[in-house]
Every structure is written in C-alpha cells, then in structure tokens.
Design a protein around this ligand. Structure first.
Ligand code: UTP
Length: 478
C-alpha cells in the first residue's frame, strides 16, 4: 500500500477517519499539508488520552488528596528566614553567573487567547513611559545582568509553530535589542491535536488539523529535541532560569535564587509567593508521599485552601508563580521520550472553543467550548526531581503577569505594579515620592533595566549618579 493510503488507513482503523473527510476535494498541496500534519500525530497517545482524560467528565476525575500537606519553603529573611544562608546563596549565584554557568529561558509558545492580542505575546508593549515590549524588557535585563557579572548570557526562547516566524522577525527588526544574536536561541515547542468531546481529532479547515502547543511542560522535551541542551553543554551552562513571557516584573536573573538551587543540589527549584487571599487562583506547593507537587486550585477543595494554622495563617500559603531554576541534566532526563527510559509528564485536559469545520466543510467559530486540548505543565516535573526546593519571593519583586485584557492581571495592573516597583527603589534610595496606600506613586515614570533591574543594580546606579536625576512626571532613568 502506498504511504498515503497506509496513513489514511491507520487513521480509519483508529476511528479517526473523519480527518480525511474532505481529502478528495483538496488540491495536491492541501493534501500534502494534511498528510504531513497527520503524520505528526501519535494515534496511540491520542487514544490513551481519550480514554483517560476525555471519556471521563472533568468533575468525575478524582483528585488524590491522601497524605497531602503544605510544602516547606525557604523563608525570606524579612519573614524569619536565615539571613546568612540567603547571603551565601546570593554569593554562590553571583559566582555561577561570573563563571557563565547560567542561561535565561523564556517560554513564549502560549496562544495568549485571554489577552486577545494579535501577535506573539512577547511583542506586547507594557512599560509605562517608553511602551517597551515584554521581549525588550527581558532582553535589557539579560544584557544588564551580563554586564554586571562580566559574562554575557545566553537566552533560550521557546516559541510555537504559530508564532515562531513572527517572533524571530520581531527580534530581527529590533536588532536583537543589542544582544549578541549568536546567544539568542529560538526553538519551537511540540504540538498536539485537539479532539471533540467524543474524542475525534478536529479539523481546523478541510486541509489542516486543529493543532495547538503542548503546554509549557512541553518545554522540557522541546529543549532536548531542539538541541538547546547541547548548545548549553558546549557553552558550559548547567542551569536554566525559567520564566514566562507575560511577566515583566520577574527577576529574570536572580543570584540568590540561582545560589539556593546550586547549594541545595536541587534539580528543580521554584519560587513561591504567599497567596494574596485564600481563594486566589494559583497552584499550591504541597507534599504528598514524600514528593513535592503542585496542586491546582481547581483540584484543591475550598475548605483546604482556607485552612489556617494556630496563628491564623493560611496553611496552604505557597502559591506557584511559574518561576523555576532547572538543572540541564534533569531536563535531559525528563526530555527523553518515555520509551527511552525518560519519564513522561502527564497531560492535562483543557476544554476550549476550537475553530473547526462542520460536516459540509464550512468554518465554525464556536460560542462555547466544543472540544479538548491537551497540555503538559512544567511544574509536574517537580516530583521527578532530586532535592526539589521551594524558596519564597515577594510578589512585588517578581510577579505581575499580563493575562487578561482587563481586570485582574491585565496591562493596567501590570503597569501599576511596575510603577510601584520603581517607586519603591527610588524611595529606598532616599527620593521623596508620594504614593497612595498601595504604594502607587502619583507620577508616572520608568526605570530602564539598564539603570536597574533589581534593588541592588538600581542602588548601584543611583549611587553612581553624581547629580541625581529629577524625579518628575514622565521621568525615564537609563
Ligand atoms: P498561560 O497558561 O497563561 O497560557 O501561559 P497562554 O497560552 O499564554 O494564554 P491563554 O491561556 O491562551 O490566555 C503561561 C506561560 O506559558 C507559556 C506562555 O507563553 C506563557 O509564557 N506557554 C503556555 C507556552 O510556552 N506553551 C504553551 O503551550 C502554553
């Protein structure tokens, strides 16, 4: 049988023949496209996901809460943590940066549907005065940290099939924001087919499948498959600083975080921030049967989320903010396919509105969820890591993502959090700047990462200014 007929036959035998319903109406090029997409699909995997995730309704999937306890974490000195240990961690991290052992890693393969912005999310402009894009902020932080430690950093950026070309073009148009382009590495993540609630692979058009990125957890295998780990190895990099493309506040390069990870010989270290309130929709760091895990808010009964200790403090306080430090060899182990003695991350089910075609081939834009996407989450790697560790971070220093067009975690809240951060740095260095009760200053302004990308670098630049700049509305420090 010719290869084409064989492929179609395999789909038919797997009960997925609908994928080729319009095949005879397609041009040869369209047929080729559909065949090549279909060739990417692991039908046995889809079958297994249908059985385990789709056939059961979401509510019926029991969540195992046996033996669950809040995860321990390293407290910040301000909250009772060991100041000497934090200082040692910082020194160790700085030494690793000087030795060129650390690279930055941004996951930027998401679809950003909630924000509703047309283009790669990293190209979205977020800063208060200069309207810099998310990518520009990270680029400048990475450049500035490279200067500070005398060792230019490599930056790995995971894209998706949808946004890869546009992402690379954006960097090209901006001359890579001054970075050495040989140190900026783009690679695509894998993709998965979406299925209907009956487990049938959906077509997006008559000649293409509804394919979507396989989740930020797909970054581990994408790092391995793309050769990024080999690049790291050749460059002497053993530690990857992982952050999300939508969080401009993140300390992309944080010496204390790096140092904790190295000193504790951890393969995967994560930052937590204390939940803002009991019902906050974040993942919770927990332990279960001797393993560190993240339990999503949707899987944790509200009564548990609200539990308090004798002092009235939330027991499950440690919220996950998707900031991690990863060991290269651990990624390699996790990135292998399960068949190669690797450990596969589990897939999660997400019910979504998936544009598709009807029985006549006409386009359908669903008003409500019509199918299921499959995604892996990077924090599911925690239970596989040796010496996994959680350290505390201040939300104001590290986390203000742009997720939604308005309301919570929107461009407005993120802009205000940037203004608060700049104001805190200024006030800590003796500037008098009126703010409201939330720390929001009355004036707008911006600090370039060149001038300061964290408290220390800001303080150093400020101290070096013989004549202090005037902090008036619209100020820009660079
Ligand atoms: P989100 O979970 O916020 O998803 O991603 P999203 O796709 O960006 O946005 P929505 O849900 O469609 O509105 C968190 C981070 O993980 C990355 C995103 O780019 C973002 O940095 N991500 C997510 C990937 O890199 N790949 C994925 O498949 C999913």
């Amino acid at each position: 049988m010719a290869a084409t007929a064989q492929l179609i036959d395999r789909f038919q035998r797997a009960g997925q023949g609908q994928v080729f319903a319009f095949f005879d109406q397609l041009t040869p090029a369209e047929q080729q496209n559909l065949l090549s997409e279909a060739g990417e699909i692991d039908l046995a995997e889809v079958e297994q996901l249908n059985r385990t995730l789709v056939a059961k309704t979401a509510g019926a999937v029991g969540v195992d809460l046996e033996g669950l306890a809040p995860a321990p974490y390293e407290l910040l000195p301000a909250n009772g943590g060991d100041a000497a240990a934090w200082a040692a961690a910082k020194q160790t991290g700085e030494a690793a940066l000087r030795a060129g052992r650390v690279a930055a890693f941004t996951v930027a393969g998401g679809q950003g549907t909630r924000l509703g912005y047309d283009g790669p999310k990293g190209t979205f402009r977020v800063t208060p005065v200069k309207q810099k894009s998310l990518f520009q902020i990270f680029a400048e932080k990475i450049l500035a940290a490279g200067n500070r430690y005398g060792q230019p950093l490599h930056w790995f950026i995971m894209t998706s099939h949808q946004n890869h070309v546009a992402t690379e073009a954006f960097f090209g148009e901006h001359n890579h924001f001054g970075l050495d382009r040989a140190r900026v590495h783009f690679f695509r993540q894998g993709r998965m087919p979406a299925v209907s609630f009956e487990g049938k692979i959906l077509l997006e058009t008559k000649s293409s499948l509804a394919l979507s990125p396989d989740g930020h957890g797909g970054s581990l295998r994408a790092l391995a498959r793309s050769g990024a780990l080999d690049v790291m190895e050749r460059a002497g990099i053993d530690t990857l600083s992982y952050f999300q493309v939508d969080n401009p506040l993140v300390r992309a390069i944080d010496p204390a975080f790096i140092g904790w990870h190295l000193i504790k010989r951890s393969e995967l270290t994560s930052k937590m921030v204390p939940k803002a309130y009991a019902e906050e929709k974040v993942g919770h760091f927990c332990t279960q049967r001797g393993k560190l895990i993240v339990v999503e808010y949707s899987d944790l009964p509200m009564a548990i989320q609200r539990e308090t200790d004798a002092a009235g403090k939330l027991r499950y306080l440690a919220g996950s903010v998707a900031i991690h430090m990863l060991d290269r060899d651990f990624i390699r182990r996790m990135g292998q396919s399960a068949g190669d003695a690797g450990v596969a991350l589990p897939f999660h089910r997400a019910d979504k509105k998936i544009p598709t075609v009807d029985a006549t081939g006409a386009a359908v834009k669903p008003e409500k969820a019509n199918g299921v996407k499959f995604e892996m989450f990077v924090f599911d790697a925690l239970p596989f890591a040796t010496n996994p560790l959680v350290i505390e971070a201040r939300r104001a220093d590290d986390f203000s993502p742009v997720k939604n067009a308005d309301g919570l975690d929107s461009p407005k809240t993120c802009r205000e959090d940037q203004l608060r951060q700049f104001a805190r740095w200024l006030v800590a260095n003796g500037v008098s700047l009126p703010t409201d009760a939330t720390g929001l200053p009355a004036i707008t302004g911006e600090v370039s990462p060149w001038f300061g990308y964290d408290e220390d670098s800001f303080a150093a630049s400020w101290a070096a200014c013989a004549v202090k700049p005037a902090i008036v509305d619209g100020y820009y420090l660079t």
